[in-house]
Ligand binder design. Sequence first.
Ligand code: BG6
Ligand code: MG
Length: 220
Amino acid sequence: NKKGFIFDLDGVIVDTAKYHFLAWRKLANSVGVDFTEEQNEQLKGVSRVESLEKILAWGNIELSEDTFMELMARKNDDYINHVYQMDESEILPDVVKVLAHLQSINQPIALGSASQNARTILKKVNLYDSFDVIVDGTNVTKAKPDPEVFLRAAESMEMEPEQCIVFEDSVSGVKAANTANMISIGVGSKAVLHEADYVFKDFTEISVDFLNNLLKNEVK
Ligand code: BG6
Ligand code: MG
């Protein structure tokens, strides 16, 4: 019995959500916009372009296309500086254990991320070879909550959407998984991720029994 296991990257595999937060806050503050953790929650899973559009909208700021591009580049430079310092120690608890279990029972594993930096990050933390399929921000045109990224991952794994299970830390990612007709597993707060089929605080709460039970259920 096979399922397709699809993992988001930022905030699921590694705690890069904190680096995105720091870089966006710095950028937002530099154009005079306050930036709270709550606002940051709304940027999780959201593409780089849409994130900046939201920040500018919160501050009622309109910019020329050139300045917009410049700010996006500045944010990414700042973010990349954090990424370059990453290593295996930044893989979130028990992620390796879950990946290893799925590999040991021959389940296909995909990455489904909005980030254009996904491949760089996977290489930095030495997980690049753990994924059979990688779909990231360089491969898709529509950002989460659009299901495109997960549907592409399913297709590449040669799995039907109904056979796929998505691990997500963002509201937009959970919506994308649900729209794709996949099983959504929220990783984070129940209050935030209440639309997910299941929610766990982190991977330490996800048991081998739970994973094996997922394999037994044919459909959602
Ligand atoms: C998502 C993050 O995974 O990727 C977002 O949750 C981020 O915060 C988005 O904006 C795009 O990432 P990047 O690395 O291409 O700017
Ligand atoms: Mg995420």
